[in-house]
Design a binder for this molecule. Structure first.
Ligand SMILES: C[S@@+](CC[C@H](N)C(=O)[O-])C[C@H]1O[C@@H](n2cnc3c(N)ncnc32)[C@H](O)[C@@H]1O
Length: 279
């Protein structure tokens, strides 16, 4: 029988249970969650426990240890997916004015540009990259933006490329008409099929260096508003991975409040605005 939500009396988690939940998040995603995240975790999990008919967090912990699929879903629930088109616009301006023209000079032989939106959420960042590349390089370039995240629901939104008018409002006006088509659902637009072809969505955990094929190498990586959640060790591991994936002279763009620790600066040349060049 389906559990009745009203009849379930959920026992609040103990601090120890929260610590164990944080441990699972931190081991899976490289985060640095502590007891301070108690309210975020319980707010997001109470409904899930009710749906499952579970009254005690200890029972949910047991389920998490046994069920990899539930662990994935749990990680989706306790992470933040806030994003927008052209977020931190200055970086897109720099991409168009400086970084892409420089990269294009070294790649004019192949006319291939390879980019990675790492921690892409619902795809707005990846499409902003694709538009910037298309507008800067033109139609005769082979442009691919790899867009990865651990959240399958957000990746699905990205693949469909359907966004509300409110979301599309942050796209510069001149590109809205060119890259967005009115969608049948009211007050929604869909990314044009041509631009959708430039972006490849894929489920991948940044903590798993084998989650991308060994042959994938990039000209620049955007990984923004992910490092803020990560432990020092996870950031170091992911930076190593990014370094090995970037082509010589490639760029790494972090979120505006994120930076690379000075210890790693002999590998990464800081250029300002949270942009680094592979040395
Ligand atoms: C706050 S959003 C940032 C989205 C976008 N980069 C931006 O700046 O607008 C962070 C995203 O990183 C993803 N994420 C967190 N940890 C991750 C990990 N270990 N591997 C891959 N994605 C991760 C989350 O699922 C979420 O969608």
């Amino acid at each position: 029988m389906k559990p009745s939500l009203n009849r379930l009396a959920l026992t609040p988690p103990t601090d120890q249970e929260i610590r164990e939940l944080c441990q699972i998040i931190n081991e899976t995603l490289g985060f640095k969650y502590t007891l301070q995240k108690k309210y975020l975790i319980t707010n997001r999990l109470n409904k899930r426990l009710s749906e499952l008919g579970i009254e005690h967090y200890q029972a949910y912990l047991t389920l998490l240890r046994q069920e990899p699929l539930e662990r994935d879903f749990f990680c989706e629930l306790v992470t933040t997916n806030v994003t927008k088109f052209y977020r931190e616009t200055i970086q897109f301006e720099l991409l168009a004015e400086k970084l892409l023209p420089q990269l294009a000079e070294t790649k004019k032989g192949t006319k291939k540009m390879r980019c990675w939106s790492a921690g892409c959420s619902s795809g707005e960042e990846a499409y902003s990259i694709a538009i910037t590349c298309r507008e800067t390089l033109g139609t005769d370039w082979d442009i691919k933006v790899l867009a990865t995240d651990i959240n399958s629901a957000q990746l699905k939104i990205g693949s469909a490329g359907i966004y509300s008018t409110e979301k599309v409002d942050s796209v510069p006006k001149k590109w809205r008409a060119k890259y967005f088509l009115p969608h049948q659902s009211e007050h929604h637009f869909q990314i044009t099929p041509q631009l959708r072809k430039d972006v490849i969505f894929r489920l991948a955990n940044l903590m798993d260096i084998n989650s991308l094929p060994a042959t994938v190498h990039l000209d620049f990586i955007m990984c923004r508003n992910v490092f803020i959640y990560l432990s020092k060790e996870a950031r170091a591991q992911i930076l190593d991975h990014f370094y090995s994936r970037l082509n010589a002279g490639g760029y790494l763009l972090l979120g505006h409040s994120e930076s690379i620790d000075p210890d790693f600066r002999h590998y990464w040349l800081p250029l300002g605005k949270s942009i680094y060049r592979k040395r």
